[in-house]
Design a protein around this ligand. Structure first.
Ligand SMILES: Nc1ncnc2c1ncn2[C@@H]1O[C@H](COP(=O)(O)OS(=O)(=O)O)[C@@H](OP(=O)(O)O)[C@H]1O
Length: 323
């Protein structure tokens, strides 16, 4: 290990020691810049903040966990690559969407490198589509100040928390009951939480800089996919031509990226994403309002109260959860 790398690791360890810490589902999580981050990811975030250079052509797909990011990745990948790949030969048929649109904060992991001074040079060579769960405040400055575009997908908090609980328990990683997890969620003490602050960070940016940050809701994408897929295509600079619309390309992309279709692919039935997670865990029911089957009346009460407190003055509402 080089002297330089040792210094970087020492300074990260010093930083971790100084931060508030609690238990998360993948080990300890640390409160950094107002958000709870798993320790290994935090190290990568700090490295990215120091070294990552966003390019104007980069497109960053962002969300809190379990808000529709897998779907968004499949759609934006298909939109931006439709000239390169026909829909019958797209890599989506053989790769999980997360492999095609890598997580910024996991890229250093994937390359099997300890974050160090020069290691982010690999990232600038990576594809133009990236994704992240990093909150807006902690994104590298170059993302905020370049012309790179950001698409944020959010989902009503009730379905998002129920979805996460199923994912993490399905992977054998979560020791909490739904009730205990809901309490942690309300307290904000979950990976990349508080949920409310995460969505508000991107929501405010999308209001101030609509040409830079597009804010989507999972529920709206489900309700009117044609409208939103066309909007996505325009936002990323790949609008559909009239000819394409007449040929039904928009509908074909929607069908290709549907939960039903992706779930049935061999790669998503039996493959794994990164060393640890089964691809099939990323595809469950995809329903709006599934929370009614899982949250008790007292949990619903508690969540509604927090939601009202946190979002009431923001103009951000969710039809699936009326407070
Ligand atoms: N293609 C497609 N269309 C519609 N819905 C989809 C799709 N792919 C995944 N899903 C549903 O999204 C939920 C997983 O959320 P994320 O993809 O954001 O997970 S992750 O944060 O990227 O790990 C999870 O929601 P639940 O079914 O409610 O658990 C998935 O089923």
């Amino acid at each position: 290990m080089s002297e330089e790398t040792k210094i970087v690791i020492d300074s990260h360890e010093q930083l971790l020691l100084s931060l508030p810490k609690t238990n998360g589902w993948l080990g300890d999580i640390y409160l950094y810049q107002g958000f709870w981050c798993p320790s290994k990811i935090l190290t990568n975030i700090i490295s990215l903040q120091k070294h990552y250079q966003a390019h104007d052509q980069h497109i960053l797909l962002a969300s809190t966990p379990k808000s529709g990011l897998t779907w968004l990745k499949a759609l934006v990948f298909s939109i931006t690559n439709r000239v390169t790949y026909t829909l019958s030969a797209t890599p989506l048929l053989t790769s999980n969407p997360h492999e095609l649109v890598p997580f910024l904060e996991f890229t250093l992991y994937a390359h099997n490198k300890i974050p160090e001074i020069n290691s982010t040079s690999d990232i600038s060579l990576s594809p133009r589509l990236f994704s992240t769960h990093i909150p807006y405040v902690s994104l590298p400055e170059s993302v905020k100040h370049s012309n790179c575009r950001v698409i944020y997908i959010c989902r009503n908090p009730f379905d998002s928390l129920v979805s996460f609980w199923h994912f993490a328990t399905g992977e054998g990683r979560l020791k909490y009951t739904m009730e205990e997890y809901a309490e942690k969620f309300c307290e904000g003490e979950v990976g990349f939480g508080p949920f409310w602050d995460h969505i508000l960070g991107f929501w405010k940016e999308s209001l101030e800089k609509p040409e830079k940050v597009l804010f989507l809701k999972y529920e709206n994408l489900k309700e009117d996919p044609v409208f939103h897929v066309k909007k996505l295509a325009e936002f990323v600079g790949f609008p559909f031509s009239l000819e394409e619309e007449k040929q039904g390309v928009v509908e074909e992309i929607i069908k290709l990226c549907s939960l039903k279709n992706l779930k049935e692919l061999e790669v998503n039935k039996n493959g794994k994403f990164m060393p640890n997670f089964r691809n099939k865990s990323y595809f469950r029911k995809g329903e709006v309002g599934d929370w009614v089957n899982h949250l008790s009346p007292s949990m619903v009460e508690r969540l509604k109260k927090v939601m009202q407190e946190k979002l009431s003055n923001s103009g951000l509402t969710f039809k699936a959860v009326l407070c």
